[in-house]
Structures are given as C-alpha cells and as structure tokens.
Design a protein around this ligand. Structure first.
Ligand code: F1P
Length: 345
C-alpha cells in the first residue's frame, strides 16, 4: 500500500495516483516485465524474476542498467519496466528509465530514499523504507527490495489467477513470520565470526546456490568483494561443472547455500563433487539438516522457509560472514575503498 501516491510529478505538476493498485491493469496486461538495476539491486531483480515468473507467469527479463542504457534494447509500449535502486540516484538506472519512457513503457520504481531522483522520474512505484543505509554496501536494502517485489508478485498472481487462493494466503502468512525468522537468522552471528576467522586470509572464494538462491550466491560474493577485497565469484551450483570446478582444490573455500527445499538433492550432489576435489565447504543449511552436515566442513543453520521466501533468510549469514572477514582484515566496512554510495556518474 505504501506507494508514491500523493507526490507532485516534477514535470507535469499533477498529483500522481501511483501505486500498484492504481496501475493494476498496466501490470496485468503487461506482455513482459523488464527489470533494470545495478549491483545489489540487480541481484534483488534476479530474485524477483524467479518470483514473478512463478507467481504471475508474466515473462521477466533482468538487465544491468549500465548495459541496457548503452545498447539498443527492444522496449515495447506494453512492457512494465521496474527500476530498483536503494539510493534512487544511480545514474545508469536513471538513464535506463529515461530510455524506457522515451519508448513508451510504463516505469515503476522500487527505491529506498523517499523523493529520490528515480522515484520522481518513475510513473509509479513503491518505497522499501529500509531506513538509512549507513554503509556503502547495500544490505537491508536487498532484503526489503525482495520483500516489496514479492508482495507485488503475490498481488498480481492472485489477480491473474496464476496463484491459487490457498497458496496466496499461505505465502502471506509466511511473510508475516519472516521478521521472526530474520531475528533467528541473526543468531548465526557467532558462528559466522568463527568461520570468518578460519577463512579471512583466503585469496578467493566461490559461492554456489540453485534456484531462488542462485542470486543470493551472487550477492554473497559481491558483499565479500566489496568490503573485504577478497576475490569471490557467485555461480549457479549446476554451472560449476561447466568451468569453475577447475578452480577447486584444498585451498578453495566454497560457500554453498543449501537449504532443505526445492533442489536439495541436486545441491547435495554438488557438495559431493566439491568434497571429492578437497574443496573447503561452508554450507548454509536448514536447522536440523543431516545430509549436508555430514559432507560440509562448516555449517551455518538457518530457520526453514518456503523456496520463494528463502533469499530473505539465506542472505543474512552471508552478510555476517563478509562483515567479520572484512573486520578481521582491518577493512573499513562502512567506507570500502573505491566505492560510492550513490554512483551518480
Ligand atoms: C547500486 C550499487 C549498490 C552497491 C554500491 C554501489 O546502488 O551498485 O548495490 O552496494 O553502493 O551502487 P543503488 O542503485 O541500489 O542505490
């Protein structure tokens, strides 16, 4: 419900009626949803792709705004373009929005900073209200972006009938439990610190996840790169055999997001592949997990959730792990070198 409603449009001088509800038809008639964003926000967009396609069956494409703006992309009038940005000031995302508008698309912003440039430039939108992001690297922006996008996908899925009424209500109930589960996930703090002490000097790290947790693997790797300056790569676990497996030896820490859901058996076999090559396995598992625990060198236990909502929980221990590794390496976690909070050029 918390939308851009009631603001004055900068150019047209009229009050916009600008939330999802006010634009429901636009969303429901969309032939495609195009998501544009940068960095962590782009990762939230990837999670949203999985969620929107699952709940609404509307085809989704996710593009780096920094690429989109410079190529000659196909933009249709019946596209809904969702721009995601914590700061609402990222120049590449802003340029992508302008291009989408010039081509007649409807632009919906998901921003954290109220009244920011992107929220003003969008036709409509929803705020995430994560509160001020003090550090340069986005953290709570990521989880709130996913939450808002999940709520939109649920609303559309219900309206389209692509999500059954019992499923819709089950997801809503589960969303209500997320704050409690986030608190529980934060209890992995000491465990993350302990593991960080073992791996703080690693030159490289690999992050693997499947399905909804593939973008979480990308985000885990980005957080480590941004604040600890350790080279890290995120990969879909099933892609490992197509290249990154060559990197695995006893020196390589591999962080595997392996909650007991969706592709669990597949991720267990990925972990076996790493183990047989002597990689060091740090696994994020569901509380009570036995199978992965037997294979992994270290496990971090998190509470159980559904597949679609799991990124909201699995991402937390990864943020903690990066945080402690960075602190132990003497890095400034709030002001990492070479990074700016708003990339406005
Ligand atoms: C995008 C972003 C952040 C990153 C850093 C640089 O910002 O890439 O994800 O952590 O702050 O900018 P935004 O468009 O989400 O504000």
């Amino acid at each position: 419900k918390d939308t851009y409603r009631g603001r004055l449009h900068p150019n047209e001088g009229i009050v916009q009626m600008a939330g999802v509800e006010d634009n429901l038809e636009k969303f429901l008639n969309a032939k495609r949803i195009l998501i544009v964003a940068c960095g962590t926000s782009w990762h939230a967009g990837l999670v949203a792709e999985y969620i929107f396609e699952e709940f609404t069956r509307i085809p989704v494409e996710v593009e780096y705004a920094s690429e989109f703006r410079y190529r000659n992309p196909i933009i249709n009038k019946d596209d809904v373009v969702i721009a995601i940005s914590q700061s609402g000031e990222t120049a590449d995302t802003m340029a992508a929005i302008k291009l989408a508008k010039e081509n007649g698309a409807f632009v919906f912003g998901v921003c954290n900073v109220v009244g920011s440039s992107i929220s003003r430039e969008s036709h409509a939108g929803a705020y995430t209200h994560a509160g001020p992001e003090i550090g340069v690297a986005s953290t709570k922006a990521f989880t709130t972006q996913i939450t808002v996008l999940t709520m939109i996908a649920l609303r559309l899925g219900k309206a389209k009938g692509t999500l059954s009424s019992p499923d819709f209500h089950a997801y809503l109930q589960e969303l209500e439990l997320i704050p409690e589960k986030v608190l529980e996930a934060l209890e992995t703090n000491d465990r993350a610190k302990e593991i960080a002490a073992k791996f703080k000097d690693a030159p490289n790290c690999l992050y693997l996840g499947r399905g909804y947790n593939f973008p979480v693997a990308l985000e885990g790797a980005l957080k480590l790169k941004e604040i600890s300056y350790i080279h890290a790569e995120g990969y879909p676990a099933a892609e490992m055999k197509h290249g990154p497996i060559a990197l695995i030896d006893e020196q390589m820490p591999v962080i595997v997001i392996a909650p007991k859901q969706g592709h669990y058996d597949k991720i267990v076999s990925n972990i076996q592949e790493i183990k047989s090559r002597s990689g060091k396995i740090i696994a994020v598992v569901t509380k009570g997990d036995i199978q992965v625990r037997e294979l992994a060198d270290y496990v971090i236990e998190i509470p159980e959730t559904s597949d679609a909502l799991s990124p909201l929980i699995t991402t937390i221990p990864l943020q903690l792990l990066s945080y402690y590794i960075a602190v132990m390496r003497g890095c400034n976690v709030d002001q990492p070198r070479n990074l700016a909070k708003s990339v406005t050029v």
